[in-house]
Design a protein around this ligand. Structure first.
Ligand code: GYE
Length: 334
């Protein structure tokens, strides 16, 4: 895993790419505006997909922040496939964009294409998710959340949820994991397990754990199977709201009450998650902020100017219990 605790700053020696972008196959949103008489920055962005409410909010944030900043954004949706992301990045390299940003679907397998970008002196900024690489000079920075900490926070908030519900006896946990090999899936599981190992080695157990690929359909299908094989599950930890919402449907179909018979903790904090929480179906949500666009555009500008940026630019987020849901709902921006 990349050194996410490393707050060293990285000097960015970047020669501005001057080549004009050729016509792109991807979604091109060009503001056409220029700042100070210089050419608008051309940013190539490869998005993971559109698997969740979080992702849609993230895409909107990137698109509107690029417009606001007056950049020409070349955007492509990889439909959760690494090969699509690699070809989008290759196409941005060929087009000679100024900066490439992407949210890597999985952590491994990026070195070759990142080396190609480096050879063409096109700086790469990671957004949202990290990569594992043998050469840390292959990307400039990561703009995103601390997923291990989110996992720990999910563990800590589950303690509160259990106390509030008055659940006694063994805690039998089902875990719905995010996309296999993706940083948020690996790190959220790790942070949650840390809390379990440290404080609940005797009373908590993960009885089933499987990926639902961060989608509602995945969450529903996998939870239905969990309930068949382990009908005594009393807690669900879902790595995102969408899988939690899918699981709620499966729990109800099995004749159980989500939020009561099965206590539910999720991560993200999208509007639909808050709605489910205000209905009493989710017990607590750990927030993961998708509104990374403005921070990304700031970093892109700095990188383009050859300025030094932090190695990891973290997002600020909070935690929410069920009794805060109704009050917080109208203020949710995604
Ligand atoms: O939690 C999930 C999305 O990488 C933080 O990806 C992101 C995760 C988010 O599909 O809903």
């Amino acid at each position: 895993m990349l050194n996410r605790r490393n707050f060293l700053t990285a000097a960015v020696g970047v020669a501005a790419a001057t080549g004009l972008a050729a016509c792109a196959k991807e979604d091109d949103s060009s503001s056409g505006s220029t700042s100070g008489g210089s050419k608008a920055i051309v940013l190539g962005f490869s998005q993971v997909g559109s698997e969740s409410g979080w992702r849609s909010a993230n895409t909107d944030s990137v698109k509107s922040a690029a417009k606001e900043a007056g950049y020409t954004l070349k955007f492509s949706d990889a439909q959760q496939k690494q090969e699509n992301q690699i070809s989008a990045i290759r196409s941005y390299i060929t087009q000679g964009v100024d900066v490439i940003a992407f949210s890597p679907v999985v952590v491994t397998g990026w070195d070759a294409v990142l080396k190609e970008a480096k050879a063409k002196k096109i700086p790469v900024v990671l957004t949202d998710r990290s990569v594992e690489t043998s050469d840390e000079s292959l990307y400039v920075t990561l703009v995103g959340s601390d997923f291990t900490d989110e996992g720990r926070r999910a563990g800590k908030i589950l303690e509160k949820v259990i106390a509030k519900a008055g659940l006694k006896g063994d805690v039998k946990i089902a875990q719905l994991e995010g996309t296999t090999g993706a940083a948020p899936a690996i790190e959220r599981a790790k942070g949650f397990k840390e809390v379990m190992d440290a404080d609940h080695a005797d009373d908590w157990k993960i009885v089933v754990s499987q990926t639902g690929d961060f989608t509602r359909a995945g969450g529903k299908q996998v939870m239905a199977a969990f309930l068949q094989s382990n009908p005594d599950i009393n807690v669900l930890f879902a790595h995102n709201d969408d899988m939690g919402i899918g699981a709620i449907q499966a729990i109800e179909a099995a004749g159980k009450k989500p939020g009561k018979d099965i206590l539910i903790v999720t991560i993200d904090g999208v509007k639909d998650g808050f709605i489910a929480m205000s209905e009493g179906k989710i017990n607590a949500i750990v927030e993961c902020n998708p509104l990374l666009g403005p921070q990304l555009m700031e970093v892109v500008q700095k990188v383009k100017n050859g300025e030094t940026v932090e190695r990891w630019i973290k997002t600020k987020e909070g935690d929410f219990m069920q009794d805060q849901a109704a009050a917080a709902l109208p203020t949710r921006k995604y």
